[in-house]
Design a protein around this ligand. Structure first.
Ligand code: NIG
Ligand code: FE
Length: 427
């Protein structure tokens, strides 16, 4: 292939190169297609600048490519190569930790009981409101480094612990700043409707919704501080009508929609997401059969968060099998946050997807790469080893992709490449 493209990096001899490029990488995998992940044995990938320039079998690629003297060659013998993982639901900016609530839950209190007593999101919001932009970035940065070390190269990042105009904007500015200074990409989501702040409870709820619609959303849209607007649509938090009102206002301003839906009680959040043309409906542990059918017949992605089910000790997980078998597009995420899922480890979530939700290792890989890319509207750019896409790639210390979720709780990434450059490596 002498087409003048300079190859900067060449990864060769991968025992498995998993491309997720079966359908050209520009459409997500629906339902059973999630198993068609595209495996090349003894595979190779060529990177030019920030992009994937070519891929194929090692012998073919080596005979086709012009290798320059300064091409960096990585031998991936006995290792697996995949696209960088994408975590499409995280809350990475917050003050403090909530281990006391963790202990209370172990002793029998529920997540909602703790929230009603002033714990939960409001507990974190009280302290996060006091943080400066500098505090937020310095507290969050180490978590982002941990995500990168687990093979995650793009995340969605939500505000939602400010719950005032100023504090929500500071959170979104911190996300923007972190996106500039860290190797990992952050896709920002405005979550002003995460909870009613203390000063609006007991009668002022409508005023808070007005504040979101009339003040916060216009500034967020005008300053392009977020790509998505999300709402915690749940019994005792934002009801269906309040959620619809906020989302319609956000759509009017050009924001895309995500919902925390049907997590604790079934209330038609998934159906509302489909009606609104949401990019994703997330959690959906309690989704109804009608909700499953609605999501399966739509392009709204079901983003499942099994780490949250595990950590809240509920013993109930989202119906991943029913969703996939009905034809839905399923993605997986950590839901990284201090209350319900304090983990940065997306491969661990893949293990939970397999063990607790009966997804196959092929499906959990599709759910954390290409489908997750579409869940953050980045499917044109990342999520698969596709010629022309950004070179976000992970080399794993295992000879096949089934072993990534198999060794649960382990960190098996050995090299993480972001935009063509090594962003993290073991040792
Ligand atoms: O996705 N469910 C609402 N929001 C988060 C939890 C936030 C918190 O407890 O601080 C979630 O689980
Ligand atoms: Fe969440």
């Amino acid at each position: 292939m002498d087409n003048g493209i300079k190859i900067d990096t060449l990864i060769v001899n991968a025992s498995e190169l998993v491309t997720l490029d079966t359908y050209g990488g520009r459409v997500p995998f629906h339902g059973k297609k999630m198993s068609e992940i595209g495996i090349i044995e003894n595979g190779a990938v060529a990177i030019s600048g920030e992009e994937i320039a070519a891929y194929g079998g090692t012998h073919d690629l080596l005979s086709e490519l012009e290798i320059a003297g300064d091409t960096r060659i990585t031998d991936a013998k006995n290792r697996t190569v995949t696209p960088g993982l994408i975590d499409p639901h995280t809350h990475p900016i917050f003050a403090g930790t909530r281990e006391l609530e963790f202990a209370m839950r172990i002793r029998g209190k529920s997540y909602m009981e703790i929230a009603a007593a002033g714990g939960g999101i409001l507990n974190t919001a009280k302290k996060t409101r006091e943080m400066t932009l500098e505090d937020m970035t310095s507290v969050s940065a180490p978590f982002l480094d941990r995500m990168l070390s687990h093979g995650t190269t793009t995340i969605e990042a939500k505000s939602g612990y400010g719950l005032s105009t100023e504090a929500e904007l500071t959170m979104l500015l911190a996300i923007r700043y972190l996106n500039q200074i860290k190797r990992i990409d952050l896709i920002p989501t405005f979550l002003g409707a995460h909870e009613f702040p203390a000063e609006y409870r007991g009668g002022g709820e409508d005023d808070y919704i007005d504040l979101i619609i009339e003040k916060m959303l216009p500034i967020v849209a005008e300053r392009k501080l977020a790509r998505f607007c999300d709402v915690f649509c749940e019994v005792g938090v934002f009801d269906i009508e309040q959620t619809r009102k906020i989302c319609l206002a956000a759509k009017e301003l050009g924001l895309k929609i995500k919902l925390h839906a049907d997590e604790i009680e079934p209330m038609g959040g998934a159906e509302l997401g489909v009606e609104l043309g949401a990019t994703s409906v997330d959690h959906i542990v309690e989704i109804s059969p009608g909700g499953i059918a609605a999501v399966a017949g739509s392009s709204t992605i079901a983003t499942l968060l099994p780490g949250t089910s595990l950590f809240l000790g509920k013993g109930k997980f989202a119906p991943a099998r029913d969703l996939i078998d009905s034809g839905a597009i399923v993605a997986l995420a950590t839901d990284f946050n201090p209350g319900s899922s304090p983990t940065t480890n997306l491969p661990m979530i893949m293990s939970l997807g397999c063990v607790a939700m009966k997804m196959t290792p092929d499906e959990v890989l599709a759910a954390t790469t290409l489908n997750a890319a579409f869940a953050v509207s980045q499917g044109e750019k990342v999520g698969s080893i596709t010629v022309g896409k950004q070179a976000d790639i992970v080399v794993w210390d295992v000879p096949n992709h089934n072993l990534i979720p198999y060794f649960y709780g382990e960190s098996l990434s050995s090299i993480v490449i972001k935009k063509g450059k090594i962003a993290w490596r073991k040792d």
